[in-house]
Design a protein around this ligand. Structure first.
Ligand code: CDP
Length: 227
């Protein structure tokens, strides 16, 4: 086992990947890569450049070279930059969330973003979360986790995170509809679909506390890395 492992966390929307990955990284003194932020950054770039959405599927990989999307190490995380601008709130607008999944199904997009992700993991000590971290980006990662939770639970968490209050029943249903649509698209696409990586530990967080799920993962990391 290498001294500085890469830990991958994949899973559907709202399964708690990013918050869990951030905490696991913090406890281990590793850096956290939120790969979804890169797909979101490219969505922001295309929207800001005014490139009509109908044209996105036809764009060759080279067309994205005009955008300088890059990761800057910043303590326990990476900032995502577009040129000199650090992207934060821009990444999570409803406009971006609605468009990121179709964009990320395009092979040219996935290829274009691959290098930045691999570079982030080149020295190990990384916790990377996304959809294809354990399958495509870091197939040799020492520890792979697949995080799941029941749809309604994921919808409720998402709503609470965004609105700052628990949802009413019909609000949970509406959120679940949006999440399910995105999950299906992410799971059915031809390139790098969301699926459980071989050799990964599946953790269903529906009935686990946040602390509980972090513990399960940390223990698994210890078992595998102390071998
Ligand atoms: O946080 P949430 O799960 O809602 O989304 P995210 O991690 O920010 O990812 C947004 C979208 O980017 C996903 O729905 C996927 O379509 C895409 N994505 C991907 O295709 N591959 C990744 N490794 C990460 C994200």
């Amino acid at each position: 086992m290498r001294q500085a492992p890469v830990i991958t966390l994949d899973g559907p929307a709202g399964s708690g990947k990013s918050t869990t990955a951030r905490e696991v990284a913090r406890r281990l003194g590793f850096r956290h890569l939120d790969s979804g932020a890169l797909y979101r950054a490219l969505t922001v770039a295309l929207l800001s450049a005014g490139i009509p959405e109908e044209e996105w599927p036809g764009l060759p990989k080279e067309a994205f070279d005009r955008f300088r999307i890059w990761l800057r190490p910043d303590g326990p995380r990476f900032q995502v930059l577009l040129g000199d601008q650090v992207l934060e709130a821009e990444l999570r607008t409803p406009e971006v969330t609605a468009r990121v999944s179709p964009l990320s199904a395009l092979p040219a997009v996935r290829e274009w973003l691959l290098q930045a992700q691999r570079q982030a993991g080149a020295e190990g000590s990384l916790v990377a979360d996304g959809r294809d971290m354990g399958t495509v980006v870091f197939p040799d990662a020492e520890v792979k986790i697949f995080l799941t939770a029941e749809l309604e639970e994921r919808a409720a968490r998402r709503f609470l995170e965004r609105e700052g209050r628990p949802p009413e029943d019909q609000e949970t249903a509406a959120e679940a509809g949006k999440i399910q649509e995105r999950d299906e698209r992410d799971s059915k696409r031809a390139f790098a679909p969301l699926k459980k990586p071989e050799g990964s530990l599946e953790v269903d967080t529906s009935h686990l506390s946040f602390e509980g799920q972090v513990e399960v993962i940390i223990n698994h990391v210890k078992v595998l890395t102390e071998k």
